[in-house]
Design a protein. Structure first.
Lengths: 131, 131
DNA sequence: ACGTTACTACGAAGCTATTCGTTTGTCAAG
DNA sequence: CTTGACAAACGAATAGCTTCGTAGTAACGT
């Protein structure tokens, strides 16, 4: 039975960028991650490497060292981390009011009619299933 | 005509706690802020003072020095900052998908039936007025 | 076998955030 | 005028984040 690990800490901005790559690509080498990151932002290879090493220490990613080029993978699925981040901001900046957070999100970036419809569908689900 | 200031930077965790106090209390002295903060978390007076001074440099707060005990006030209204923070997280962690952010927020902290109803009302408004 | 390439590991520098002790200044009460 | 209370300012220590150069090492082609 594996030891129960505490939740990993909230990722920093740089770490989150890397996690995004890993979520999209799945298990990846440093080179893979670096290529994806460098497309958005001038960055040295070793910078990405170092970040991934730190993230492994923090348990944000897992590392497979069986190949010479180590393979990194996000330790938590995207949805889990997104839930943490949303919940964290909800508490820190919105006093726990989901309504305020949603209002903030919508006013920050106008959603399309299509997206609004999807969101309303989502709430239907919640009102029903959530009891 | 006042010079146009660039937007203030994203507040850190500690800064956000102080902003929360200022939003609730309105213009306050360091002593006021310290008392409010210390209720939640053991903190020295000078720590709060220093943070407020840094926040003034960053333009997160304005300072009125006319009294011996300077009076600090949030530079931006709560809603403005909340919109920034929500938009920032939306981009950084949710790829701009408001739907995902809302899903994250709701799964992080179950909303009450009453709150869900309010949120649905909010979406009504948006679907209608937003056009 | 040997040089070149592709990795990881290490360490350090620069910056920001956080915390708090100490100093300095102001004001008012005695 | 001296003292005590209260305030801002300053400086320093620590920790975390970010970046990258350099060194070491394994594998690969010829």
């Amino acid at each position: 039975m594996p030891a129960k690990m505490p939740d990993p800490p909230r990722p920093t901005d740089g770490e989150l960028e890397i996690l995004t790559v890993l979520w999209e690509r799945g298990p990846s080498t440093v080179r893979d991650v670096h290529e994806a990151v460098a497309r958005r932002k001038a960055t040295q290879y070793t910078t990405v490497l170092k970040l991934l090493q730190i993230m492994a220490e923090k348990r944000l990613v897992r590392r497979d060292e069986r190949q010479r080029a180590h393979v990194y993978e996000a330790d938590r699925p995207r949805e889990w981390t997104q839930r943490q981040l949303a919940g964290d901001l909800l508490q820190r900046a919105f006093g726990g009011s989901a309504k305020s957070l949603i209002l903030g999100a919508l006013s920050a970036r106008k959603a399309s009619a299509k997206e609004l419809a999807e969101i309303r569908g989502l709430l239907e689900e919640y009102a029903k299933g959530g009891r």
